[in-house]
Design a protein around this ligand. Structure first.
Ligand SMILES: *Cc1c(COP(=O)(O)O)cnc(C)c1O
Length: 396
């Protein structure tokens, strides 16, 4: 048996997305920049995909730029807003300490170029409030960038409230919505979002393709120079099959949002309930508001890496956090940001479900995690010190 519970890392492609891709590989293989009919058929497909992605977000087709994924969209959004701000003498940016590295590392680069970055610390519940964002905005703030839903702990930020604050203060608002698109209903106009990043492989589309929504009137800076594709803002021959796969996947995911939320919330809450029976365990982030399929817990006295390997041997594919932190020995910056001490943050487990998972699988996961945690604790010197009272438990 194999259970895939790592959907925040990536998802399996849907049948609809694969079918859309293959037909654009076999038949409509032209270059949209070509003037002949085969090229123009591809150009029409591209226009159609742009309209469909825009419609899901409540945006105009001209506000959608196709990219190579979420990371590129984050980079371009942030660099564009910073460049635009700097021209008016605004060199301050507000963000959070638990963003994805595509955001944090871009902000690091800008800091070295003379920008001042304020990183807000989320509360233990994994949320930043709109009031905190408002208090951090200054006259020279060029950009606020706050992620929609956290990729490690799944907590959802008050995006519409933050959007309203930014609109009132005349500051550009970008959100990394890579974990939210296809899972939560989004309307960029109603929520006052100026820029938004999304990635197809997080909602059963193909890898290596995403989009940046950028409100008309905000100038984009090129990250990739070359041809005049994407209205001159992103050079390179468009990956038509991937873009068509993404359009199919985003439509399918948004059509099923309500149905999936209902199903996933039940499985997620059962998972939290079952795993909370493990002594000295804690849920990371508030149970609500949280992505419907996302669970992240810490278990005292164990190493997350060993937990993952033993779970894998039992057929459960999980994660300790983001793909960028796994493989390194540093604990997750997200868990540290919500206040987990190092020794606790090391014992983390992220389980992210999709609509293909079943309640039987959830019960199997609970049983497997209970067994593996008990086994690892038995072997852990730290756990024995805790049990014998030589050390104090951090998680009660
Ligand atoms: C996956 C992810 C990204 C990166 O997207 P890619 O398409 O893999 O580059 C960025 N932000 C968040 C929140 C993510 O979960």
């Amino acid at each position: 048996m194999q259970i895939y519970a790592d959907n925040a890392a990536t998802t399996k492609m849907s049948r609809a997305a694969i079918d859309a891709m293959t037909s654009y590989m076999n038949e409509v293989y032209g270059n949209p920049s070509s003037l002949h009919s085969i090229g123009q058929t591809a150009a029409e497909a591209l226009m159609d995909a742009r309209e469909r992605v825009a419609a899901v977000l409540g945006a105009k087709p001209r506000e959608i730029y196709f990219t190579s994924g979420g990371s590129e969209a984050d980079n371009q959004a942030i660099i564009s807003a910073a460049t635009f701000g700097a021209k008016k003498g605004k060199k301050h940016i507000v963000s959070t300490a638990f963003e994805h590295h595509a955001v944090l590392h871009t902000l690091d680069k800008l800091r070295k170029q003379g920008f001042e970055i304020t990183l807000l610390d989320p509360h233990e519940c994994g949320i930043i409030t709109a009031e905190e964002v408002a208090a951090a905005i200054r006259d020279d703030t060029a950009l606020v960038t706050v992620m929609y839903a956290n990729n490690e702990i799944g907590t959802i930020q008050p995006i519409a409230e933050i959007g309203a604050v930014c609109k009132e203060r005349g500051v550009i608002f970008h959100t990394d919505a890579v974990q939210a698109v296809g899972h939560i209903k989004i309307n960029v106009k109603e929520q006052n979002i100026d820029m938004l990043s999304l990635s197809a492989h997080k909602f059963h589309g193909p890898k290596g393709v995403g989009a940046l929504y950028c409100r008309l009137g905000i100038p984009l800076t090129n990250i990739i120079e070359g041809g005049a594709q994407e209205r001159g803002k992103r050079a390179g021959t468009e990956n038509i099959p991937a873009i068509m796969g993404m359009a199919a996947a985003i439509e399918e995911a948004s059509a099923k949002i309500d149905e999936n939320r209902e199903k996933l919330t039940k499985m997620r809450d059962r998972l939290i309930e079952g795993l909370s029976e493990i002594p000295h365990s804690i849920l990371n982030g508030a149970q609500n508001p949280r992505l419907p399929g996302s669970v992240n817990m810490c278990f005292e006295g164990i190493e997350g890496e060993s937990l993952l390997l033993l779970l894998d041997a039992k057929g459960v594919c999980a994660s300790s956090g983001s793909a960028c932190t796994s493989g390194s020995l540093d604990p997750s910056h997200v868990l540290l940001a919500i206040g987990r001490p190092h020794e606790v943050a090391h014992g983390s487990l992220r389980l992210t479900l999709c609509e293909d998972n079943t309640m039987e699988e959830v019960e199997y996961i609970i049983k497997a995690v209970k067994e593996v945690v008990a086994y690892l604790r038995e072997m852990s010197p730290v756990w024995h010190d805790l049990k014998e009272g030589k050390k104090k438990y951090v998680i009660q």
